[in-house]
Write a protein that binds this ligand. Structure first.
Ligand code: F6P
Length: 333
């Protein structure tokens, strides 16, 4: 029997191995892990303590806010107060950049979606927290945060499901930790995750199929045709929470996509706290993330709540989707 490796021990070892893994950066990740444990506890008992349901308001990008969205945001923001670790926070739940008091000289800024997939909160479905971290450049907080995803020094997510898992990258592999609820510790369970080069699943809100541009509909039609030689038909898996659907793609292969439609003309997902962090995880694990026309990690942020189309997962399927977008379905094999 072996004794597990805690997140803290793993981070100390990574600090010793990689000079760019600073003590501040690993402490920041430790703190995100700590806050997510509090959130995990609250999610687990939400039905018992009146934390399910809506609060009756919308967030800055127009989504109805759940009680857990608000709670998650409070926990994540409060977790960084008085730590001096991050100077500013962009959150899905906050209109403006949150300037962290007393952290003017902090070296990092954080973008976070505290509770992703919150439509799943009331049905005991998987939800998540997504985060990206940038090193400050010395300019304004806004310019520190309006960056390209490729500039993130840390990115990851926590998935609250049958177990709670934290997955992160600092550019030295993608590592996953499972929360041992009795010990209250994240233990290394998925070392050096590699995204399979291709998969057999696709993940999208097919209810919007009629609203998608013809090439995307063509891609879906192609995926659902019967041709065992090219691995078709692909199976559909869609949970309504990006973190859960991406996690499947990361571990088992396949892809997730959310194209523009008439309700989301720019796409639905947000660059800074959804697409860019998961894009870095995908790339570091050997997968890919794209708008369909441009690598997600090359997209320059121009607005903290910017939306964009996203296709993410195995390199083969992301490439396939891009091919469909750029030319006729007939030539894609
Ligand atoms: O806003 C993000 C999100 O909740 C994702 O987690 C999820 O994949 C998507 O939106 C769900 O959107 P829809 O309800 O349109 O399927």
């Amino acid at each position: 029997m072996s004794v597990g490796v805690t997140l803290s021990r793993h981070l100390r070892e990574e600090e010793a191995r990689h000079p760019d893994m600073t003590v501040e950066l690993s402490t920041l990740l430790d703190q995100l892990g700590f806050a997510s444990k509090i959130l995990s506890r609250e999610i687990g008992r939400a039905a018992l303590v009146g934390q399910l349901g809506l609060i009756g308001e919308t967030n800055p990008t127009g989504d109805p806010q759940k009680k857990l969205d608000v709670y998650g945001n409070q926990i994540m923001v409060e977790a960084f107060a008085r730590t001096g670790l991050v100077a500013g926070i962009v959150s899905e739940e906050l209109e403006e950049i949150k300037q962290v008091t007393g952290a003017e000289s902090a070296r990092y800024v954080l973008s976070i979606d505290p509770v992703d997939g919150s439509s799943n909160t009331d049905i005991n479905g998987a939800i998540g927290t997504i985060f990206g971290v940038y090193r400050r450049t010395g300019g304004s907080l806004e310019s520190d945060l309006l960056r390209k995803g490729s500039e993130q020094v840390l990115a990851g997510y926590v998935m609250y499901s049958t177990s709670t898992m934290l997955v992160y990258t600092c550019g030295h592999g993608v590592h996953g930790f499972t929360l041992d609820r009795d010990l209250g510790e994240f233990l290394l369970s998925h070392e050096n995750i590699r995204c399979p080069a291709r998969g057999k699943y696709y993940s999208a809100n097919l209810g919007r199929y009629q609203d998608w541009e013809p090439n995307i509909r063509g891609c879906v039609d192609w995926l659902t045709q019967n041709d065992p030689a090219t691995g078709r038909p692909y199976s559909l898996r869609y949970s309504g929470a990006l973190v859960g659907d991406f996690h499947r793609c990361l571990l088992e292969g396949g892809f997730y996509f959310y194209p523009p439609d008439s309700s989301h003309k720019q796409g639905k997902l947000r660059l800074l706290y959804e697409a860019a962090p998961l894009g870095l995880i995908a790339r570091e694990a050997g997968g890919r993330a794209s708008t369909g026309r441009q690598d997600i990690l090359d997209v320059q942020a121009t607005d903290i709540h910017q939306r964009l189309p996203l296709v993410i997962g195995s390199a083969h399927e992301v490439g396939l989707y891009e091919q469909f977008l750029s030319r006729s379905a007939a030539v894609v094999t």
